[in-house]
Design a protein around this ligand. Structure first.
Ligand code: AHM
Ligand code: MG
Length: 341
């Protein structure tokens, strides 16, 4: 008989926790609640083509972008699943301008949750992979009352856990609590996340780059040179690279995590701060990629060291295989020096 050995997300989280004798179990409960929200959102994402949930609501989110029904559903579901667990003192979401308070009837905990409920939502109608991203901190504001903006704008280095859920050909829950990166695939028949990708390590050097090349005209000259360099033929450095861009950060970074690759959303002359958000998009992905042995920077500074100024601030990002990120940083600084001279 075939011996089947498998580990569920719940068991894995508790096994990890047991390695720390003074752990209270609260973080485990929090991750467990998140996995429940992920299952419910996954179910709805899978139904999206069947029920009348697609299309615009006509509303705009706080950034003036058009919001789709599934974004709202995922945002509501995250809040509903997480506000009464007793572990959080405050939350913040890409879809809400202000921080989200825990209703007064529920217990206030010591953790802070930031999330992007459904990233890559312009891909929903085309049945392309989308994802939920989350980031967890300890509260820093004094007392046991409601959490504050200060709790929600901590440096990425202070994250104690982060993860994403990718709704693709399967649903995967990938997380780190500072001890490696582990991925779990949802078995839809019995509704459990099963360990499928233990201790993910990103290759140090890759052959894949991911960037929206439609913005070429507006890029920094160092970036233009770097991309042209990747496209040249040179066997000794593994060039030319392949270009892979889904337009869904979770999916692009997930693929690069497994195969190696560099994902870039740079600043350009039209968007001097890039497009992606520091607190609930870049910081959690940077924590995960670093934990997998990769690198994440804004071109000059490590993403996790950026001192946040506001909840929804944007940052340029270069993230993925370490050697590739180091090289693009070098191109950017070399050409900056030439331009300054
Ligand atoms: P969203 O939060 O509105 O979904 O936007 C974020 C998405 C990322 O997933 C993706 O990498 C990027 O936007 C794609 O942007 P562009 O279409 O400019 O290439
Ligand atoms: Mg987003």
């Amino acid at each position: 008989m075939v011996q089947i050995k498998f580990n569920t997300l719940a068991r894995h989280i508790y096994e990890e926790e047991r390695k720390y004798p003074d752990a209270t179990g609260e973080l485990s409960d929090l991750l467990h609640d998140l996995s429940l929200a992920a299952k419910v959102i996954s179910l709805e994402v899978n139904k999206a083509g069947l029920v009348d949930i697609l299309g615009f609501t006509g509303d705009q989110n706080v950034h003036g972008e058009q919001v789709k029904k599934l974004d709202i559903y995922a945002n509501d579901m995250m809040i509903k699943a997480m506000d009464h667990g007793g572990h959080l003192c405050v939350m913040a979401s890409e879809e809400d301008e202000d921080i989200i308070h825990i209703p007064p009837e529920f217990h206030i905990g010591k953790y802070v949750l930031l999330f992007d409920p459904l990233d890559g939502s312009s891909n929903i109608d085309a049945n392309v992979s989308i994802g939920t991203i989350f980031s967890i901190y300890r509260r820093v504001s004094p007392g046991n009352g409601p959490g504050t903006m200060e709790d929600c704008t901590q440096q990425g280095l202070k994250q104690i856990a982060a993860g994403y859920v990718i709704y693709g050909s399967s649903t995967l829950f990938v997380y780190t609590a500072g001890n490696g990166v582990h991925g779990f695939t949802l078995d839809p028949s019995f509704g459990e996340f099963i360990l499928s990708h233990p201790s993910i390590k990103i290759p140090k050097k890759s052959k894949i780059y991911s960037i929206n090349e439609g913005n070429y005209l507006y890029w920094h000259s160092g970036l233009k040179k770097y991309i042209k360099w990747l496209q040249e033929e040179d066997k000794s450095t593994g060039r030319p690279y392949s270009s892979r861009y889904i337009g869904s950060m979770v999916a692009d970074i997930h693929r690069n995590l497994l195969y190696g690759g560099i994902f870039m959303y740079p600043a350009d002359s039209r968007n001097p701060n890039g497009k992606l958000r520091l607190m609930y998009e870049c910081n959690p992905m940077a924590f995960i990629v670093e934990q997998a042995g990769g690198r994440a920077s804004n071109g000059k500074q490590r993403i996790l060291e950026i001192q946040p100024k506001s909840l929804h601030q944007r940052t340029p990002i270069f993230i993925g295989s370490e050697e590739d990120v180091l090289l693009v940083e070098k191109f950017l600084s070399d050409y900056e020096m030439i331009e300054v001279k």
